[in-house]
Design a protein around this ligand. Structure first.
Ligand code: FE
Length: 341
Protein backbone atom coordinates (compact mmCIF):
# COMPACT_ATOMS: atom_id res chain seq x y z
CA UNK A 1 0.00 0.00 0.00
CA UNK A 2 1.43 3.35 -0.98
CA UNK A 3 1.66 5.76 1.89
CA UNK A 4 2.00 8.77 -0.38
CA UNK A 5 -1.15 7.76 -2.17
CA UNK A 6 -2.78 7.42 1.20
CA UNK A 7 -1.79 10.92 2.16
CA UNK A 8 -2.90 12.40 -1.13
CA UNK A 9 -6.20 10.61 -0.78
CA UNK A 10 -6.55 11.86 2.76
CA UNK A 11 -5.96 15.44 1.67
CA UNK A 12 -8.51 15.13 -1.11
CA UNK A 13 -11.09 13.97 1.36
CA UNK A 14 -10.35 16.82 3.71
CA UNK A 15 -10.74 19.33 0.86
CA UNK A 16 -14.05 17.82 -0.14
CA UNK A 17 -15.24 17.89 3.41
CA UNK A 18 -15.81 21.64 3.21
CA UNK A 19 -18.47 21.10 0.60
CA UNK A 20 -19.87 17.77 1.64
CA UNK A 21 -19.36 16.48 5.18
CA UNK A 22 -20.63 13.01 4.24
CA UNK A 23 -17.58 12.44 2.07
CA UNK A 24 -15.22 13.39 4.89
CA UNK A 25 -15.37 9.96 6.49
CA UNK A 26 -12.32 7.73 6.14
CA UNK A 27 -12.89 4.76 3.88
CA UNK A 28 -10.32 2.57 5.54
CA UNK A 29 -8.30 2.01 8.65
CA UNK A 30 -4.86 0.47 9.14
CA UNK A 31 -4.46 -1.56 12.31
CA UNK A 32 -1.17 -2.96 13.53
CA UNK A 33 -2.04 -5.79 15.87
CA UNK A 34 -0.01 -7.90 18.25
CA UNK A 35 -3.11 -9.78 19.39
CA UNK A 36 -3.43 -13.04 17.52
CA UNK A 37 -6.68 -14.52 18.63
CA UNK A 38 -8.91 -16.24 16.11
CA UNK A 39 -12.00 -14.50 17.39
CA UNK A 40 -10.53 -11.08 16.66
CA UNK A 41 -11.44 -11.73 12.99
CA UNK A 42 -15.13 -11.41 13.85
CA UNK A 43 -14.34 -8.25 15.81
CA UNK A 44 -12.87 -6.50 12.75
CA UNK A 45 -15.51 -7.80 10.35
CA UNK A 46 -18.25 -6.49 12.59
CA UNK A 47 -16.70 -3.01 12.64
CA UNK A 48 -16.64 -2.94 8.84
CA UNK A 49 -20.24 -4.07 8.72
CA UNK A 50 -21.29 -1.31 11.11
CA UNK A 51 -19.32 1.56 9.60
CA UNK A 52 -18.44 0.61 6.04
CA UNK A 53 -14.79 1.30 6.94
CA UNK A 54 -12.43 -1.29 5.49
CA UNK A 55 -9.89 -2.64 7.96
CA UNK A 56 -6.36 -3.42 6.76
CA UNK A 57 -4.57 -5.43 9.37
CA UNK A 58 -0.90 -6.01 9.87
CA UNK A 59 -0.17 -8.74 12.40
CA UNK A 60 3.17 -9.06 14.09
CA UNK A 61 5.06 -9.42 17.34
CA UNK A 62 4.86 -6.41 19.67
CA UNK A 63 8.52 -5.42 19.32
CA UNK A 64 8.51 -5.83 15.54
CA UNK A 65 5.41 -3.67 15.12
CA UNK A 66 6.87 -1.01 17.38
CA UNK A 67 10.14 -0.92 15.44
CA UNK A 68 8.22 -0.84 12.19
CA UNK A 69 6.14 2.17 13.18
CA UNK A 70 9.29 3.95 14.38
CA UNK A 71 11.11 3.22 11.13
CA UNK A 72 8.17 4.24 8.98
CA UNK A 73 8.19 7.58 10.77
CA UNK A 74 5.86 10.25 9.43
CA UNK A 75 5.12 8.05 6.42
CA UNK A 76 3.65 5.27 8.55
CA UNK A 77 0.26 4.04 7.34
CA UNK A 78 -0.51 2.82 10.88
CA UNK A 79 -3.61 4.30 12.49
CA UNK A 80 -3.87 2.11 15.57
CA UNK A 81 -1.61 -0.21 17.56
CA UNK A 82 -3.32 -2.98 19.50
CA UNK A 83 -1.34 -5.05 21.96
CA UNK A 84 -1.47 -6.73 25.34
CA UNK A 85 0.13 -5.65 28.60
CA UNK A 86 0.26 -2.22 30.19
CA UNK A 87 4.07 -2.18 30.21
CA UNK A 88 4.22 -2.78 26.46
CA UNK A 89 1.64 -0.09 25.72
CA UNK A 90 3.70 2.23 27.86
CA UNK A 91 6.86 1.46 25.87
CA UNK A 92 5.03 2.45 22.69
CA UNK A 93 3.77 5.58 24.40
CA UNK A 94 7.19 6.59 25.75
CA UNK A 95 8.57 6.13 22.22
CA UNK A 96 6.12 8.89 21.22
CA UNK A 97 4.00 6.69 18.97
CA UNK A 98 0.56 7.60 20.33
CA UNK A 99 -1.52 10.75 20.27
CA UNK A 100 -4.12 11.70 22.87
CA UNK A 101 -7.72 11.41 21.76
CA UNK A 102 -10.83 12.87 23.32
CA UNK A 103 -13.96 10.79 23.16
CA UNK A 104 -17.04 11.20 25.31
CA UNK A 105 -17.96 7.59 24.51
CA UNK A 106 -14.66 6.22 25.84
CA UNK A 107 -14.74 8.46 28.89
CA UNK A 108 -18.21 7.23 29.74
CA UNK A 109 -17.61 3.55 28.99
CA UNK A 110 -14.06 2.79 30.17
CA UNK A 111 -13.28 3.26 33.89
CA UNK A 112 -10.70 5.94 34.65
CA UNK A 113 -8.08 3.51 36.02
CA UNK A 114 -8.12 1.66 32.67
CA UNK A 115 -7.36 4.79 30.67
CA UNK A 116 -3.83 6.17 30.23
CA UNK A 117 -3.48 9.67 28.74
CA UNK A 118 -2.57 8.28 25.29
CA UNK A 119 -4.02 4.77 25.22
CA UNK A 120 -7.03 2.82 26.44
CA UNK A 121 -7.46 -0.67 27.94
CA UNK A 122 -10.33 -2.68 26.50
CA UNK A 123 -10.17 -5.90 28.49
CA UNK A 124 -8.63 -7.22 31.68
CA UNK A 125 -7.03 -10.48 32.77
CA UNK A 126 -6.15 -11.46 36.32
CA UNK A 127 -2.87 -13.03 37.45
CA UNK A 128 -3.90 -15.78 39.85
CA UNK A 129 -2.25 -18.45 42.00
CA UNK A 130 -2.86 -21.99 40.80
CA UNK A 131 -1.90 -24.99 42.93
CA UNK A 132 -1.98 -28.79 42.85
CA UNK A 133 -4.90 -29.78 45.06
CA UNK A 134 -3.28 -33.06 46.12
CA UNK A 135 0.06 -31.56 47.17
CA UNK A 136 -0.56 -28.01 48.38
CA UNK A 137 -3.13 -26.57 50.77
CA UNK A 138 -5.12 -23.58 49.51
CA UNK A 139 -4.66 -21.88 52.89
CA UNK A 140 -0.88 -21.78 52.36
CA UNK A 141 -1.07 -19.89 49.04
CA UNK A 142 -3.50 -17.03 49.64
CA UNK A 143 -1.19 -14.17 48.70
CA UNK A 144 1.60 -13.53 46.20
CA UNK A 145 3.77 -13.09 49.29
CA UNK A 146 3.05 -16.70 50.32
CA UNK A 147 4.97 -17.96 47.27
CA UNK A 148 8.18 -16.76 48.94
CA UNK A 149 7.54 -18.68 52.17
CA UNK A 150 10.15 -21.39 52.93
CA UNK A 151 7.40 -24.00 53.35
CA UNK A 152 7.05 -23.92 49.54
CA UNK A 153 10.69 -24.90 48.93
CA UNK A 154 11.02 -26.70 45.54
CA UNK A 155 7.32 -26.13 44.85
CA UNK A 156 7.18 -23.01 42.68
CA UNK A 157 7.12 -23.05 38.87
CA UNK A 158 6.84 -19.73 37.06
CA UNK A 159 7.70 -18.25 33.67
CA UNK A 160 10.62 -15.86 33.17
CA UNK A 161 11.02 -12.79 35.35
CA UNK A 162 11.56 -10.68 32.26
CA UNK A 163 8.18 -11.54 30.80
CA UNK A 164 5.82 -8.53 30.81
CA UNK A 165 3.13 -10.45 32.75
CA UNK A 166 5.50 -10.89 35.69
CA UNK A 167 6.97 -7.43 35.28
CA UNK A 168 3.50 -5.90 35.57
CA UNK A 169 2.84 -7.97 38.68
CA UNK A 170 6.16 -6.76 40.11
CA UNK A 171 5.23 -3.20 39.16
CA UNK A 172 1.95 -3.46 41.08
CA UNK A 173 3.75 -4.92 44.08
CA UNK A 174 6.31 -2.10 44.05
CA UNK A 175 3.45 0.43 44.01
CA UNK A 176 1.73 -1.19 47.00
CA UNK A 177 4.51 -2.69 49.11
CA UNK A 178 7.63 -0.83 47.97
CA UNK A 179 10.79 -1.89 46.17
CA UNK A 180 12.57 -3.51 49.13
CA UNK A 181 9.68 -5.79 49.97
CA UNK A 182 9.21 -6.73 46.32
CA UNK A 183 12.89 -7.64 46.09
CA UNK A 184 12.70 -9.76 49.25
CA UNK A 185 9.65 -11.46 47.78
CA UNK A 186 11.35 -12.28 44.48
CA UNK A 187 14.43 -13.61 46.28
CA UNK A 188 12.26 -15.86 48.43
CA UNK A 189 10.38 -17.13 45.42
CA UNK A 190 13.57 -17.85 43.47
CA UNK A 191 14.69 -19.91 46.51
CA UNK A 192 11.48 -21.92 46.14
CA UNK A 193 11.81 -22.66 42.43
CA UNK A 194 11.25 -26.32 41.51
CA UNK A 195 13.07 -25.65 38.23
CA UNK A 196 14.58 -22.76 36.28
CA UNK A 197 11.86 -20.64 34.60
CA UNK A 198 10.90 -21.94 31.16
CA UNK A 199 7.82 -21.90 28.92
CA UNK A 200 4.61 -19.90 29.14
CA UNK A 201 1.80 -19.88 31.69
CA UNK A 202 0.09 -22.95 30.20
CA UNK A 203 3.33 -24.95 30.55
CA UNK A 204 3.41 -24.07 34.24
CA UNK A 205 -0.22 -25.14 34.69
CA UNK A 206 0.57 -28.51 33.10
CA UNK A 207 3.66 -28.91 35.28
CA UNK A 208 1.65 -28.16 38.43
CA UNK A 209 -1.06 -30.64 37.41
CA UNK A 210 1.61 -33.27 36.73
CA UNK A 211 3.06 -32.74 40.21
CA UNK A 212 6.38 -31.45 38.87
CA UNK A 213 5.75 -28.43 41.06
CA UNK A 214 3.07 -27.50 43.57
CA UNK A 215 2.11 -23.95 42.65
CA UNK A 216 2.40 -21.29 39.96
CA UNK A 217 1.12 -17.88 38.85
CA UNK A 218 -0.96 -17.70 35.67
CA UNK A 219 -3.13 -15.34 33.69
CA UNK A 220 -6.76 -16.36 33.98
CA UNK A 221 -7.43 -16.77 30.25
CA UNK A 222 -4.91 -19.62 29.97
CA UNK A 223 -6.78 -21.43 32.69
CA UNK A 224 -10.17 -20.61 31.15
CA UNK A 225 -8.92 -21.93 27.81
CA UNK A 226 -8.11 -25.29 29.41
CA UNK A 227 -11.46 -25.26 31.23
CA UNK A 228 -13.29 -24.82 27.92
CA UNK A 229 -11.19 -27.38 26.06
CA UNK A 230 -12.81 -30.56 24.80
CA UNK A 231 -9.56 -32.55 25.01
CA UNK A 232 -9.59 -35.10 27.86
CA UNK A 233 -5.92 -34.38 28.68
CA UNK A 234 -6.71 -30.67 29.22
CA UNK A 235 -9.67 -31.46 31.44
CA UNK A 236 -7.48 -33.80 33.45
CA UNK A 237 -5.09 -30.89 34.02
CA UNK A 238 -7.97 -28.67 35.17
CA UNK A 239 -9.28 -31.35 37.53
CA UNK A 240 -5.95 -31.46 39.37
CA UNK A 241 -5.79 -27.70 39.89
CA UNK A 242 -7.12 -25.31 42.51
CA UNK A 243 -7.32 -21.54 41.93
CA UNK A 244 -6.79 -18.74 44.44
CA UNK A 245 -7.60 -15.05 43.97
CA UNK A 246 -4.49 -13.62 45.63
CA UNK A 247 -4.37 -10.74 48.09
CA UNK A 248 -8.11 -10.49 48.72
CA UNK A 249 -7.50 -9.18 52.24
CA UNK A 250 -5.08 -6.49 51.03
CA UNK A 251 -4.68 -4.73 47.67
CA UNK A 252 -6.52 -7.26 45.53
CA UNK A 253 -5.59 -9.56 42.67
CA UNK A 254 -3.25 -8.07 40.08
CA UNK A 255 -4.90 -7.41 36.74
CA UNK A 256 -3.31 -6.63 33.42
CA UNK A 257 -4.93 -5.42 30.22
CA UNK A 258 -5.02 -5.50 26.49
CA UNK A 259 -5.40 -2.12 24.90
CA UNK A 260 -4.85 0.20 21.98
CA UNK A 261 -3.68 3.68 21.08
CA UNK A 262 -4.10 5.94 18.07
CA UNK A 263 -0.78 6.50 16.27
CA UNK A 264 0.50 10.08 16.27
CA UNK A 265 0.75 10.19 12.48
CA UNK A 266 -2.49 8.26 11.83
CA UNK A 267 -3.68 8.99 8.27
CA UNK A 268 -7.24 8.04 9.25
CA UNK A 269 -7.61 9.65 12.65
CA UNK A 270 -11.36 9.88 12.51
CA UNK A 271 -11.82 6.21 11.62
CA UNK A 272 -9.29 5.32 14.31
CA UNK A 273 -11.33 7.08 17.00
CA UNK A 274 -14.47 5.36 15.68
CA UNK A 275 -12.71 2.02 16.02
CA UNK A 276 -11.55 2.79 19.56
CA UNK A 277 -15.14 3.67 20.43
CA UNK A 278 -16.35 0.50 18.74
CA UNK A 279 -14.00 -1.55 20.95
CA UNK A 280 -15.92 -0.26 23.96
CA UNK A 281 -19.29 -1.32 22.51
CA UNK A 282 -21.21 -4.18 24.11
CA UNK A 283 -20.65 -6.36 21.07
CA UNK A 284 -16.89 -5.84 20.87
CA UNK A 285 -16.54 -6.25 24.62
CA UNK A 286 -18.29 -9.58 24.31
CA UNK A 287 -15.82 -10.74 21.66
CA UNK A 288 -13.05 -10.13 24.19
CA UNK A 289 -14.91 -11.96 26.95
CA UNK A 290 -16.18 -14.92 25.01
CA UNK A 291 -13.43 -15.21 22.46
CA UNK A 292 -10.33 -14.84 24.57
CA UNK A 293 -11.73 -15.38 28.06
CA UNK A 294 -10.91 -11.86 29.23
CA UNK A 295 -13.09 -9.61 31.36
CA UNK A 296 -14.71 -6.66 29.59
CA UNK A 297 -13.34 -3.26 30.58
CA UNK A 298 -16.91 -1.93 30.44
CA UNK A 299 -18.46 -2.90 33.75
CA UNK A 300 -22.06 -3.06 32.55
CA UNK A 301 -21.38 -5.68 29.85
CA UNK A 302 -22.93 -9.05 30.68
CA UNK A 303 -20.57 -11.95 30.08
CA UNK A 304 -21.75 -15.22 28.70
CA UNK A 305 -18.63 -17.30 29.17
CA UNK A 306 -18.99 -20.49 31.23
CA UNK A 307 -15.32 -20.54 32.29
CA UNK A 308 -15.35 -16.93 33.51
CA UNK A 309 -18.61 -17.60 35.31
CA UNK A 310 -17.11 -20.69 36.96
CA UNK A 311 -14.07 -18.68 38.08
CA UNK A 312 -16.46 -16.34 39.90
CA UNK A 313 -15.96 -12.86 41.27
CA UNK A 314 -12.98 -11.36 43.09
CA UNK A 315 -11.52 -8.13 44.37
CA UNK A 316 -9.21 -6.75 41.65
CA UNK A 317 -6.36 -4.35 42.26
CA UNK A 318 -7.59 -0.88 41.31
CA UNK A 319 -4.14 0.56 40.61
CA UNK A 320 -4.24 2.61 37.40
CA UNK A 321 -2.69 1.13 34.24
CA UNK A 322 -0.52 4.20 34.15
CA UNK A 323 1.03 3.46 37.54
CA UNK A 324 1.56 -0.14 36.46
CA UNK A 325 3.33 0.87 33.28
CA UNK A 326 5.55 3.37 35.07
CA UNK A 327 6.96 0.79 37.49
CA UNK A 328 7.72 -1.97 34.97
CA UNK A 329 11.37 -1.03 34.40
CA UNK A 330 11.92 -0.84 38.17
CA UNK A 331 10.45 -4.34 38.47
CA UNK A 332 12.92 -5.66 35.89
CA UNK A 333 15.85 -4.32 37.94
CA UNK A 334 14.42 -5.82 41.13
CA UNK A 335 13.95 -9.24 39.49
CA UNK A 336 17.45 -9.11 37.98
CA UNK A 337 18.96 -8.45 41.40
CA UNK A 338 16.93 -11.32 42.86
CA UNK A 339 18.13 -13.71 40.15
CA UNK A 340 14.68 -14.32 38.66
CA UNK A 341 15.82 -14.97 35.09
FE1 FE B 1 -0.79 -14.31 26.97
Amino acid sequence: MSTRLHRAFGLTLVALACQNPVLAADAELNIYSARHYQTDEALYADFTKQTGIKVNRLDGKEDELLERIKNEGKQSPADILITVDAARLDIADKAGLFQPITSKVLQARIPAQLRAPNWIAFSTRARVIVYNKANVKAASVQTYGDLAHPRLKNQVCVRSGSHPYNLSLGAAMIAHDGEAQTEAWSRGMVQNFARAPKGGDTDQLRAVAAGECGVTISNTYYLARLMRSTKPEDLKVVAALGVVWPNQATWGTHINVSGAGVIKTAPHREAAIKFMEYLSSDKAQNYFADGNNEWPAVASVKINNPALKALGTFKPDTLSVDALANNASKAQKVFDRAGWR
